[in-house]
Design a protein around this ligand. Structure first.
Ligand SMILES: CC(C)(COP(=O)(O)OP(=O)(O)OC[C@H]1O[C@@H](n2cnc3c(N)ncnc32)[C@H](O)[C@@H]1OP(=O)(O)O)[C@@H](O)C(=O)NCCC(=O)NCCS
Length: 249
């Protein structure tokens, strides 16, 4: 059963067997974005300044400041104090001085929504996508998915292919993001489940059979018209889904 996102208690505690996924809205007034951007570092503000469209710039700022505020809750730190370190393929993690907390996280945004996933001592990847119709028809699956996935997708009635396409996309992306190795992990070398209502599963990773023991996938229901997935190290974890409320609202 897919979990609903609920209002969290005032103090959120992350047990070692828990995975917390926070859902956050990204569209705010210019004046609120101006306030939120104050917790960003100079390099994050520079990055925000490179977006061509104001809307994308603002969503990046809101996603980063929300991520910082959420992490700050677990670390008992101010959002602006948090420092990130970036892996070879760009995956952010806490900088060394904060790593003893064991906190690991990943972020995804799509359209006007973001998901921030947080764990303790477990690598994690999260992906969120707005379901767009038509992409499943455009040979994108044939280019990015494995033959087994393409076969499962094309065997479905056309009316079910959009959702199945994004199930597959988000599950593959969550797994890649958990590994943090970007597209150096060949997309056709592993298979995920994709049928509508089929639980999220990593089905095989060719040449790396231990990967099935290492990771478990989970499906998310972020909102109508969106799909999401997490990939988390270990099999002994449970998901809790929280709704982020901007403190000014
Ligand atoms: C960058 C990448 C992580 C995906 O990004 P995306 O799906 O466009 O965007 P998302 O919103 O889901 O994730 C972006 C966030 O992931 C995090 N991230 C960046 N690089 C990452 C990496 N190598 N591993 C994990 N997380 C990463 C960052 O927090 C980033 O947020 P930011 O842009 O605000 O800094 C990478 O996997 C990629 O480029 N994928 C290409 C897409 C593709 O071909 N997918 C095929 C799927 S079948």
């Amino acid at each position: 059963m897919r979990l609903q996102f609920s209002i969290p208690p005032v103090t959120v505690k992350l047990d070692p067997d828990e995975v917390h996924v926070w859902r956050a809205a990204l569209d705010f007034s210019e004046s609120r974005v101006e306030v939120l951007q104050r917790v960003l570092t100079e390099d994050e503000r520079n990055r925000a300044g490179r977006f061509y469209f104001q809307k994308d710039r603002n969503r990046f700022i809101v996603a980063r400041s929300t991520l910082r505020t959420i992490l700050g809750k677990y670390l008992d730190a101010n959002p602006e104090q948090i420092r990130f370190h970036y892996g070879q393929y760009g995956k952010p993690r806490l900088a060394e001085q904060l790593q003893k907390s064991g906190l690991l996280f990943n972020l995804s945004h799509s359209h006007n929504m973001a998901l921030a996933a947080v764990t303790c001592h477990r690598e994690i990847g999260v992906d969120l996508e707005l379901i767009r119709s038509g992409l499943a028809d455009e040979q994108i699956a044939e280019r990015f998915f494995s033959p087994r996935e393409v076969h499962a997708l094309r065997a479905l009635p056309k009316s079910m292919q959009d959702e199945a396409f994004f199930n597959c996309w988000t599950r593959k992306e969550a797994y890649i993001k958990a590994r943090g190795e970007g597209l150096s992990v060949p997309l056709h070398m592993f298979d995920v489940s994709l049928l509508p209502d089929e639980p999220a599963r990593l089905l095989s990773v060719r040449g790396e059979p231990n990967e099935l023991l290492r990771w478990r996938l989970g499906e998310l229901s972020p909102a109508a018209g969106f799909v999401g997935a997490v990939a988390v190290e270990g099999h002994d974890w449970r998901l809790r889904c929280w709704e982020w409320t901007d403190p000014a609202s």
